[in-house]
Write a protein that binds this ligand. Structure first.
Ligand code: FAD
Ligand code: NAI
Length: 462
């Protein structure tokens, strides 16, 4: 048994970042992880592997669609799926071993195994019980299940199975037009699968700005994805190699069946708290199964904190990381803080989709007096040269004060462009502040400046 200032349970982006910050602040720290490798969902079966497959399949799309027009002729590359999976695995390995290196560098003990909390101040891993002045739970999330749908991770898969299929399926049905469904649906559509997305609502990516939702769905349709909207999936019937998906259309209750070689269930994720023993130790949960915390990430039990996907808020790696840093600072007696109003969201399709702050629909609902500045990538020289003119930047600003309230981008490098607006919002900037900042030419960033100009006297290139 060893005694620590802090023991963190879970080594995902919440847990490992928290551990490093605790060590930097001079605390004696250990991190418990039950997986074979560090990095959690994000590095092992989430952000990193999905982005590797998105990158590889995008390269194929570029070769097939845009190379000839640029004078790059010759045979298009064909897909060596085994090699693509090997590339993905190598990428995962580089990232997870990177965290192991950082743990060693920062003298963080990795307690290998599944942890539980027998009582406040103690963490049990295998037969060992360790003492901890503070315990931080960062146990993450797992795919939510859907009644009538049995996952076997071969034919009916969650995102985890979809990242390691035996082959590229001929027909894939994706249940849920959320972030996972559209990212991984895009991967397989680019690799040649016939992809049908079945979505309960009438819009894709619920909660996003409505104009972006419409443009995004239209763009994905052009890329070959088929959408069945307003459809509630009832059940799947799977054999060893095929499945049937039964859904009911909400508008007329009619029942339909589609065949698939692979069904991807992507209908959300839920907090993971299994085996932690939270009931016995008296930690309060929310109605949605999340660990309830206060503004300092403390649970109702003194000395026990929680961060990341296991508490409320968007299930995003960078949100977990920010909470990890802030909770570490709280434990060290400092004033850790997270600005939940400025957390960007990015979908890594092509074009990318990115957002921060309020949507236009939310501002309307709040009765806010706002203005909209929009600029199409068609007016951006760099985007035109790179066959990336589809999409736009939309900035929402307060009509009276000009302060930026939100931004929504669909277009090239949207996931990078959004950060300029995040920084502006952190500093309480106005749209004019952005518009008056010199932007290098020719860059995609000029489209952000033009949208800011559109909040005032108007954009130049439109
Ligand atoms: P996790 O990353 O889930 O880590 C929790 C860790 O705790 C796990 O390794 C688990 O094994 C361990 N654990 C749990 N219980 C115990 C226990 N009792 N003892 C020991 N160890 C335990 N987010 C983004 O921001 N960008 C993206 O591009 C993105 N892509 C994604 C793609 C996919 C396919 C998926 C599924 C998710 C994606 N996410 C993305 C979401 C992101 O992965 C999560 O928001 C993030 O990983 C949450 O971090 P966390 O630290 O809270 O938990
Ligand atoms: P999601 O919540 O984004 O989308 C789920 C979708 O499934 C919704 O559109 C919902 O209406 C639909 N749905 C629910 N029940 C249904 C049914 N019975 N029939 C048909 N459709 C149904 O969840 P998703 O895509 O599983 O992602 C989970 C989490 O992972 C998200 O919270 C996201 O933040 C995170 N993630 C983030 C990524 C990123 O930041 N790029 C990438 C992948 C995941």
């Amino acid at each position: 048994m060893a005694n620590y200032d802090v023991i963190i349970i879970g080594s995902g982006p919440g847990g490992y970042v928290c551990a490093i910050r605790c060590a930097q602040l001079g605390l004696k720290v250990a991190c418990v992880e039950g997986r074979e490798t560090l990095g959690g969902t994000c590095l092992n079966v989430g952000c990193i592997p999905s982005k590797a497959l998105l990158h590889a399949s995008h390269m194929l799309h570029e070769a097939e669609h845009n190379f000839a027009a640029m004078g790059l002729k010759g045979k298009s590359p064909s897909v060596d799926w085994k090699q693509m999976l090997a590339y993905k695995e190598k990428t995962i390995g580089q990232n997870t071993s990177g965290i192991e290196f950082l743990f060693k560098k920062n003298k963080i003990d990795w307690l290998k195994g599944w942890g539980s909390i027998p009582e406040a101040g103690k963490v049990k891993v295998g037969d060992d019980v360790h003492g901890a002045k503070n315990i931080i739970i960062a146990s993450g999330s797992e795919p939510a299940s859907l009644p009538g749908v049995e996952v076997d991770e071969k034919v009916v898969v969650t995102s985890t199975g979809a990242l390691e299929l035996g082959k590229v399926p001929k027909k894939m049905v994706v249940i849920g037009a959320g972030v996972i469904g559209l990212e991984l649906g895009s991967v397989y559509a680019r690799l040649g699968s016939e992809v049908t997305v079945v979505e309960f609502l009438d819009v894709v990516t619920p909660g996003m700005d409505a104009e972006i939702q419409k443009t995004f769905q239209r763009t994905l349709k052009k890329q070959g994805l088929t959408f069945v909207m307003g459809a509630a999936v009832q059940k799947t019937d799977a054999s060893k190699t095929k499945a049937k998906v039964t859904y009911k259309l909400r508008k007329d209750d009619s029942e339909h069946v589609i065949d698939a070689d692979v069904v991807l269930v992507a209908t959300g994720r839920k907090p993971y708290t299994e085996g932690l023993g939270l009931d016995a130790v008296g930690v309060k949960m929310t109605e949605r199964g999340q660990i309830a915390v206060n503004g300092k990430w403390e649970t109702n039990v003194p000395g026990i904190y929680a961060i990341g996907d296991v508490i409320e808020g968007p299930m995003l790696a960078h949100k977990a990381e920010d909470e990890g840093m802030a909770a570490a600072e709280q434990v060290a007696g400092k004033h850790g803080h997270v600005n939940y109003g400025v957390i960007p969201g990015v979908i890594y399709t092509h074009p990318e989709v990115a957002n921060v702050g309020a949507t236009e629909e939310e501002l309307k609902e709040q009765g806010r007096n706002y203005k909209v500045g929009k600029f199409s990538f068609m007016g951006n020289g760099r985007a035109k040269a790179n066959f990336a003119g589809d999409g736009f930047v939309k900035i929402l600003a307060d009509k009276d004060t000009d302060r930026i309230l939100g931004a929504h981008i669909i277009g090239p490098a949207a996931g990078d462009l959004i950060h300029e607006i995040c920084v502006a919002m952190e500093f309480g900037a106005s749209a004019e502040d952005l518009a008056m900042t010199c932007h290098a030419h020719p860059t995609y960033s000029e489209a952000v400046r033009e949208a800011a100009l559109a909040c005032g006297d108007g954009p130049i290139h439109m």
